[in-house]
Design a protein around this ligand. Structure first.
Ligand SMILES: [Zn+2]
Length: 236
C-alpha cells in the first residue's frame, strides 16, 4: 500500500485545479466534526491510531508527541517506511526551522520568500526519499506539508497555490505510473483563505485508486479500512 499524506490538501482546491491523479477512482471529504480544533498532530495521530486523540495531545508539546508502531495501523504491515509522519516519525529539525521562520515572518525578520524557500527545500528532500522507498516496503507512507506550509502565508495568492497543487498532482501521477498497489491519498484538514493567509478548515480529503464505497468517512475510520485492505491483499 502507498499512503500519500498531504497536509491541508483541500477537496475544493483539488477540484478547482482539476487534479485527476489526486482524485483517483473514488474521492471525497472526510468528517472531522468530532474534533473541536483542526490540529495537524492530533488529526494525523487519530488517523494512525483510529481513535480521537484530541484530549491526549497537549498543545504545548504536540510537535514532540510520538506514537509507538504497535499503537498504529503500521503494525498490520510486515515492512513499512513512514517518512516524516507527524506523531510518528516527524523530522523535528526541518519542521522546527519552518515554524521559526514563520514566527520571524510575523516579526518582520524574514521575507515570505525566505520562508517559502525552506518549505520547498524540505519538500524536495521528502520527495526524493519517498520515491527512493517506493516499491521496497509493504507500506510506504510519505508525508508532505507543502500545501499547509505555503498555504498559511499565501493561501490567498492563486498563482502560488496553483503551483503547490500542480506539484502534489505531479507526485500522485508519478506514484500511479510507477506502482501497482493500493494508493490512499489523505489530508488531515482543508484550508480557507483569510486575506492573503490561510487557516485550517474541516474540509479534509481522501481518495483511493479503487472503489471502496465510503461516504463522508471519519478520519478515525481509516484504521479499520486499512486493516481490511491488508487482509484482502493477503488472502488474495
Ligand atoms: Zn495540517
Amino acid at each position: 500500500m502507498i499512503i500519500l499524506a498531504l497536509d491541508a490538501l483541500d477537496v475544493r482546491m483539488v477540484e478547482k485545479y482539476g487534479c485527476r491523479s489526486l482524485m483517483q477512482v473514488e474521492y471525497g471529504q472526510t468528517d472531522l466534526s468530532e474534533f473541536e480544533l483542526e490540529r495537524t498532530v492530533v488529526l494525523w495521530a487519530s488517523f494512525l491510531t483510529g481513535r480521537n486523540m484530541e484530549a491526549e495531545i497537549p498543545v504545548e508539546t504536540q510537535w514532540e508527541f510520538t506514537l509507538k508502531p504497535e499503537e498504529t495501523f503500521l503494525k498490520f504491515f510486515e515492512t513499512y517506511k513512514a517518512l516524516d509522519v507527524p506523531a510518528f516519525s516527524l523530522k523535528q529539525e526541518n519542521h522546527k526551522r519552518e515554524r521559526v521562520l514563520l514566527k520571524k515572518y510575523f516579526d518582520d525578520e524574514v521575507s515570505v520568500e525566505e520562508y517559502d524557500e525552506t518549505v520547498w527545500r524540505n519538500h524536495e528532500e521528502n520527495k526524493r526519499e519517498f520515491f527512493e522507498a517506493l516499491g521496497r516496503f509493504d507500506l510506504v507512507m510519505g508525508y508532505f506539508d507543502l500545501a499547509d506550509a505555503i498555504g498559511h502565508l499565501s493561501f490567498g495568492i492563486p498563482a502560488k497555490m496553483e503551483a503547490v497543487y500542480r506539484e502534489l498532482e505531479g507526485i500522485a501521477k508519478e506514484v500511479k505510473s510507477s506502482v501497482d498497489d493500493v494508493i490512499l491519498v489523505i489530508s488531515d484538514h482543508g484550508m480557507k483563505p483569510v486575506g492573503r493567509y490561510g487557516d485550517h478548515t474541516k474540509n479534509g480529503f481522501y481518495s483511493f485508486n479503487r472503489r471502496v464505497g465510503l461516504n463522508l468517512p471519519k478520519i478515525t475510520e481509516f484504521f479499520n479500512i486499512i486493516r481490511r485492505l491488508v487482509q484482502v491483499e493477503r488472502s488474495g
